[in-house]
Ligand binder design. Structure first.
Ligand SMILES: C[C@H](O)CC(=O)SCCNC(=O)CCNC(=O)[C@H](O)C(C)(C)COP(=O)(O)OP(=O)(O)OC[C@H]1O[C@@H](n2cnc3c(N)ncnc32)[C@H](O)[C@@H]1OP(=O)(O)O
Length: 760
């Protein structure tokens, strides 16, 4: 039930509630059953004070998203305020310390499912321009907490903006594959100048109200407790002409001359071309801004609506909106986060091993204000580990991600040890030594006997079965995987691996630690390679097969980069080092012998003195200060590898299109993702999407590996893999899950339940 609080015409402070049937119907129509619990609080209220100011408040917890009924409610309240003689001016605000987090992104998802853009209400012209900006009574936005996207656009439609300190102001729509659609592309440049406005839109980064005040977006900053008082006074001052009353869309003072504006837009276009080559929304946003500069703000808003409606149904928007919700879903783990448990505080963590991973993990922890004891086997290694942590922190200070003081504070949180003496009061241990089962087992036995009984016993192994690591200890409910990605203090993913015995409390605690150190924790099941490395193990293999089929490796890398991964599979091998490739390759060959393609290429490269980026020579040449250059001297090594394996049909290189190359690398990854889904290694398919984006840098605008697979279509993937498996190698053999989904027309991302129902 949606309640709208309306004003009593006889008593300005008395409110009563009526049920807004028409809005209720719209809302019920556009909502799924799961959203019903929030409905009672989706409300717009209006209270008219004895001062003649109508306070219109948006309430839609937790972020006051502009859901369809909220927008309808706003229109209704503004119309009423205009009608009423006792209302001289209006203040617009949001409930519970947040102005608004913008248009309701759930509506985008509904549009994506149905393709029906008529679900998007007319807000830009009907509400923001005609109702608010062109109102005959002044409107002041009282902004607190955040005004993002449509929220900021509403505020910019008002005639003045008063804000509390530290409020976040931004237009992040491009990060959802769309662009500002409530007039933001026109009003932001007019309020704070073209360059800054373009920068805010292209980067999607918010600014704080303090900066907004300096730039002219905010008219005054006031303490939160005085926000409404000052906003009311401001509104009254405007109504009585004591303060100017400006309509943002009509301003031109911050835009500069046409030629200056065009120069700025042209520079932005070049930047976008280089930085976001696959994304349509950035150039489109610049087109719309330019329209407003050339033909006026109103013309700009009209074009904005048109282009917005085109972008909202693009695959890019589908992918990015999917990832937005998928990232939020990872914090919901059945039987862990829904059973009333509370995470315990983790104040002190011991990290065993100060190598690249251990020191990176230690850095991440101290930056999250968690004390670290770093243990090594001798003082030389220990010093090296501490120095790496120092260098990590210094790097962040140098890049201005941390202040000097924050850097020093972080370093004061770490101490180095050579024995277990300081392990008696640790809340968690993260073992990060080399991938050696007996060594890890020994360490786990030692820490079990030394650490307190509540201590979490975590390992950073990237492949080894956790049951094996914890085999020799009693408290297997405390054993968990904390799989960080290198560099651990930078990469955002934390893969939390649970065994059947890991307790829900321990999983919850590690999730909380992950959040505290600003990682995205994805909880996965225990298997070789867990979710991410397991899914992506065919990535390198697929590249190797193509090499052996005679495809140019540098062409493969170029195509994969153009697809949107930061680098191709060969450059990635160079970067990771061949030692990793050999070790990981062995694990997978043991676990999945039926689908492992064995190539001698890495051994041949090592034999010829190459070790990738580590020694400056791999498939590429690495020289300080310049980009990696393809090295033609690898061609004879590749020829030798090809000769040894000899899989080219008729001894000739195969002829493949660019599209086929990308598919021959990535379809096997989707195929393995299917097995991961079938085995229940992840809670839901979208968790694997998040993990692929945050752990493997799979492009977020393609929605993650499973989402992308569904966009391409299970049928096409299955048919292609089947063809290649018959023609080239068993490596391509489609999994049973993929085959079933393709044959039954069920999306890969559909839950197992749905798929079995579909089969019946
Ligand atoms: C036409 C217009 O120009 C188009 C638009 O306005 S598009 C929308 C633009 N706005 C945005 O992109 C903001 C998106 N939201 C965010 O960045 C962050 O949620 C935030 C900074 C507002 C708050 O962050 P935080 O406090 O960490 O909370 P967070 O967990 O992200 O969100 C809380 C809940 O609000 C939901 N939510 C946040 N913003 C939402 C929005 N705009 N629409 C619908 N739901 C939203 C989240 O999905 C989450 O739901 P859940 O609890 O069911 O998982």
């Amino acid at each position: 039930m949606v309640n709208f609080t309306l004003e009593c015409p006889f008593c300005s402070l008395f409110t009563y509630t009526v049920i807004a049937y028409s809005i209720l119907l719209t809302f019920i129509d556009s909502c799924s059953k799961q959203e019903l619990p929030e409905m009672a609080e989706v409300i717009v209220t209006m209270e008219v004070g004895s001062d003649g100011v109508a306070l219109i408040t948006i309430s839609n917890p937790p972020v006051n998203a502009l859901a369809v009924p909220i927008l309808a409610g706003l229109k209704e309240k503004f119309a009423e305020a205009m009608r009423r003689d006792d209302v001289k001016a209006i203040v617009l605000t949001g409930k519970n310390g947040r102005f608004s987090g913008g248009f309701d992104i759930n509506v985008f998802q509904k549009v994506h499912k149905t393709g029906d853009i008529s679900q998007l209400p007319d807000v830009s012209i009907a509400l923001v321009t005609n109702t608010i900006e062109d109102a005959k009574k002044p409107v002041v936005a009282a902004v607190q907490g955040l005004a993002l996207g449509g929220g900021l656009e509403l505020a910019m439609g008002c005639h003045a903006r008063v804000a509390a300190p530290k409020a976040q102001l931004g237009l992040p729509e491009l990060s959802l594959g769309v662009m500002p659609g409530f007039g933001g592309t026109q009003r932001l440049p007019r309020l704070l100048g073209l360059s800054k406005a373009i920068d805010m839109m292209l980067t999607s980064k918010p600014i704080l109200s303090e900066e907004g005040a300096k730039l002219g977006l905010i008219d005054a900053i006031v303490p939160p407790q005085e926000l409404l008082k000052v906003a009311r006074k401001w509104a009254l001052d405007m109504s009585e002409m004591r303060k100017p009353w400006a309509r943002s869309l009509h301003r031109t003072d911050k835009i500069g001359s046409l030629s200056e504006a065009r120069e700025i837009i042209m520079a932005a276009r070049q930047h976008v071309k280089r930085t976001f080559p696959n994304l349509p929304q950035h150039q489109a946003c610049l087109d719309v801004i330019e329209e407003g500069i050339v033909h006026g703000g109103y013309a700009g808003t009209l074009k904005e609506v048109k282009v917005f409606n085109e972008l909202v149904v693009s695959d890019t928007s589908k992918g990015l909106v999917h990832i937005f919700f998928a990232q939020r879903a990872i914090s919901k783990v059945p039987k862990v986060t829904d059973v009333g448990l509370k995470p315990r505080t983790v104040k002190k963590v011991a990290v065993i091993g100060g190598g690249l991973m251990g020191s990176g993990i230690a850095t991440a922890l101290i930056l999250g204000n968690i004390k670290v004891v770093l243990k090594e086997v001798n003082s030389e290694y220990l010093q090296k580990g501490i120095k790496t942590i120092e260098a990590n922190v210094r790097g962040l200070v140098g890049r201005k991600k941390l202040s000097q003081a924050q850097g020093e504070k972080a370093m004061s949180m770490v101490s180095g040890v050579l024995d277990y003496s300081q392990f008696k009061d640790v809340d968690m241990v993260i073992e990060a030594v080399i991938e050696n089962v007996p060594l890890k087992q020994k360490i786990f036995s030692e820490i079990e006997s030394i650490c307190p009984p509540h201590c979490i016993l975590a390992t950073n192994t990237s492949t080894i079965d956790l049951n094996l690591i914890g085999e020799k200890i009693k408290s297997q409910d405390r054993v968990i995987g904390a799989h960080f990605f290198s560099p651990a203090h930078v990469m955002p993913l934390l893969e939390i691996v649970r065994t059947e015995k890991t307790s829900a409390q321990v999983i919850l605690d590690l999730m909380a630690v992950g959040k505290a150190i600003k990682k995205a924790p994805v909880v996965v099941g225990n298997c070789t390679g867990f979710a991410v490395n397991r899914t992506f193990f065919p990535y390198t293999q697929g590249a190797h097969i193509l090499l052996h089929l005679g495809v140019d490796i540098f062409r493969i890398d170029r195509l994969i980069s153009s697809f949107g991964l930061p680098m191709g599979p060969f450059q990635l091998q160079d970067l990771a080092g061949y030692g990793v490739a050999v070790a990981v390759g062995k694990e997978f060959a043991n676990a999945f012998p039926d689908r492992t393609f064995r190539s001698p290429i890495i051994d041949l490269l090592i034999k010829s003195g190459r070790n990738g980026k580590n020694n400056g020579k791999g498939y590429y040449i690495y020289e300080k200060g310049s980009k990696p250059k393809p090295d033609p001297q690898v061609f004879p090594i590749i020829e030798e590898a090809k000769r040894q394996v000899n899989i080219m049909p008729g001894g000739k290189a195969i002829s493949v299109t660019d599209k086929e190359i990308v598919e021959m690398i990535l379809f096997p990854v989707v195929n393995e993702a299917c097995r991961v889904l079938e085995e229940g290694v992840v809670v839901r398919a979208s968790d694997l999407d998040v993990a692929s984006v945050l752990g493997m840098s799979f492009p977020s605008y393609r929605g993650g590996i499973v989402f992308w697979g569904d966009l391409v279509g299970a049928k096409h993937i299955y048919a292609s893999l089947k063809k290649w498996s018959e023609k080239y190698s068993q490596f391509y053999k489609p999994s049973r899950f993929l085959e079933e989904r393709a044959k039954n027309g069920v999306p890969l991302s559909a839950s197992l339940e749905i798929s079995s129902r579909a089969r019946l």
